[in-house]
Design a protein. Structure first.
Length: 95
């Protein structure tokens, strides 16, 4: 998986409640396990593992929610296919 060529935002205002991640992909196989992890200041705060269902190649997106707003700090999103991390993306929330 690779990030889609779009404007990458690296700073979000405090109180942001949803972070979208857009990806392009190729050589994927339906049914393979993939994982999305959200780290806040180095600690995993959200994690989802599910079977891939979007086909062999294309574009897609997913998001992370924080109903009360994401806390200020450093974040990283890690994407893995099977046991292999395929990409990561870092950003900050707040000042």
């Amino acid at each position: 998986m690779e990030d889609v060529e779009t404007t990458q935002v690296r700073q979000f205002p405090a109180g942001t409640t949803r972070i979208y991640v857009y990806v392009s992909f190729e050589n994927m196989e339906n049914g393979v396990e993939w994982t999305q992890q959200l780290y806040h200041d180095g600690t995993v705060t959200q994690e989802r593992t599910q079977p891939w269902t979007l086909g062999a190649q294309g574009n897609g997106y997913f998001f992370f929610n924080a109903d009360a707003g994401f806390e200020a700090g450093a974040y990283e999103i890690g994407l893995s296919v099977g046991d292999k991390q395929t990409s990561s993306y870092d950003f900050r929330v707040g000042a």
